[in-house]
Design a protein around this ligand. Structure first.
Ligand code: GDP
Ligand code: IMO
Ligand code: MG
Length: 429
């Protein structure tokens, strides 16, 4: 059996939560492999909208085992809130949720450090979600972080206080006031730790490899997007984990030879939350129209998302790094309102030369997008369920993208609901 990987090809919020939910019936295990509560994955069905931050998006399907892998940074307070918030939905977390002992713990001081670092950066801040993600991964790599498995150790509180006293030294250095907020956060933290103890902690690498040996099908759920990857994203305006396919191997403990399909998800346009380069960004009223039509406000922080046209050099780059085998195009309905649609095929440098690759100095170069302009479909896509029903200009848009990207677009999403999806069967040559 193979592990299929589903991940975002842009700057996050592509619609991963929805697609995990749509594909989940084909799988027996869904596993998150990186990130933490910086993620906000939205699922909509039966008229209810759910936003998950740390819990994998297979949790609403009672037959699916959900794993929080070793590659995550886990905030116990957020976890408790998430589980409590799902109480009306009769989810059997004790049967269906498995947390890796090797996942890193986010401490209350990690989010304070996140805020202190951001404040010290001034204008050049990353625009972090302030959930403590970067500082927690920092402690992991510095080999001093705490992990989920530590919470049952007698020495846990000692370890906690040792690390926190180090954090306080750093916070003092940044003259960041924590005295007013920390005690309350610490109380919530220890309550959440006690709450978490009732759930399953596993050696998730054994768990998942056993599942593969038992012929169970596994879907690995990515968070963030490829352009936010720590190595390949628009550094330093990135998150602190490996958001790409390779991250599924290190974040779950599976061998690369076990990777099967790689589903690459992208919006029919682009969005980005936080700072950093965004060559196709629309700073005019067109961008505002896109934001309103797409309801582009962060699922985690509520911040308005920056909006712009589809960026093919970035998409091709993400496809290459991830070894994508199938594409899934999201939020196509948002473009219903435009008479013409732009697609960036190249970037133009200030000297007039062009490229379709991502330049190393992306953050310091003034890149002008070169657009192909296509006719819009300017009609509602509601109640369309098959590829053949799509308006001709949308079919042409899809054909153009498939030719440019060299991959099939297998699903086309036309609305937030689980049912608003068009599955395009494999074409017979
Ligand atoms: P994720 O982080 O990749 O899971 O994406 P988010 O949940 O943060 O953001 C995607 C947003 O778009 C959510 O509000 C979804 O409900 C919504 N959405 C998903 N697919 C579609 C679609 O095809 N059309 C529209 N209009 N909204 C969609
Ligand atoms: P999902 O999984 C969109 C962005 C932040 C910031 C940068 C670093 O819902 O797609 P961090 O808190 O990770 O240190 O922030 O990354 N970011 C996201 N943007 N969707 C996300 O997750 C994101 N997670 C982090 O806005 O620019
Ligand atoms: Mg999101």
């Amino acid at each position: 059996m193979k592990v299929d990987v589903l991940l975002g090809l842009q700057w996050g919020d592509e619609g991963k939560g929805k697609i995990v939910d749509v594909l989940a019936p084909q799988y027996q295990v869904v596993a998150r492999f990186q990130g933490g509560p910086n993620a906000g994955h939205t699922l909509e069905f039966d008229g209810i909208k759910h936003v998950l931050h740390q819990i994998p998006s297979g949790i609403f399907r009672p037959e699916i085992k959900n794993i929080i892998g070793n590659g995550l940074v886990l905030d116990p307070i957020v976890m408790k809130r998430e589980i409590d918030g799902l109480a009306p939905f009769n989810i059997d977390f004790k049967r269906n949720l498995f947390i890796s002992k090797k996942a890193s713990l986010i401490l209350p001081t990690h989010s304070l450090l996140d805020a202190a670092y951001e404040k010290s950066k001034g204008e050049s801040k990353i625009g972090s979600t302030l959930r403590g993600i970067g500082p927690t991964y920092q402690d992991k790599v510095a080999r001093q972080g705490l992990r989920v498995g530590d919470i049952i150790l007698e020495s846990f509180e000692d370890k906690y206080h040792q690390l926190v006293s180090q954090h306080k030294t750093v916070l003092d250095f940044y003259e960041f006031d924590y005295a007013a907020t920390l005690p309350q956060k610490e109380q919530a933290f220890f309550e959440a730790i006690a709450f978490l103890k009732q759930f399953n902690f596993v050696d998730s690498e054994y768990f998942i490899n056993q599942a593969l040996n038992d012929n169970l099908s596994v879907l690995a759920e990515g968070a963030q997007g490829s352009m936010l990857d720590i190595d390949f994203g628009s550094y330093p305006f990135v998150t602190s984990s490996s958001t790409v396919t390779a991250g599924a191997c290190t974040g779950l403990g599976i061998s690369p030879r076990h990777i099967g399909e790689v589903f690459g998800i992208f919006k029919a346009y682009c969005t980005r939350v936080g700072s950093g380069p965004f060559p196709t960004e629309l700073l005019d009223e067109m961008g505002e129209k896109m934001r309103q039509e797409g309801r582009e406000f962060g699922s985690t922080t509520g911040r308005p998302r920056r909006c712009g046209w589809l960026d093919l050099p970035a998409l091709k780059y993400a496809i290459m790094i991830n070894g994508v085998t199938q594409l899934i195009m999201m939020k196509v309905d948002v473009l219903n309102i435009f008479d013409t649609i732009n697609i960036c095929t190249h970037y133009q440098f200030p000297d007039g030369s062009t490229t379709d690759q991502i330049p190393y100095d992306l953050c310091d170069t003034d890149l002008k997008p070169v657009y192909k302009v296509m006719q819009g479909w300017a009609t509602s896509l509601e109640n369309l369920h098959t590829y053949d029903e799509l308006p001709e200009p949308l079919a042409a848009y899809i054909d153009f993208l498939e030719a440019e990207l060299g991959l099939p677009i297998r699903f086309i999403s036309t609305g937030p609901d689980r049912e608003a999806i068009i599955h395009r069967e494999a074409q017979v040559a």
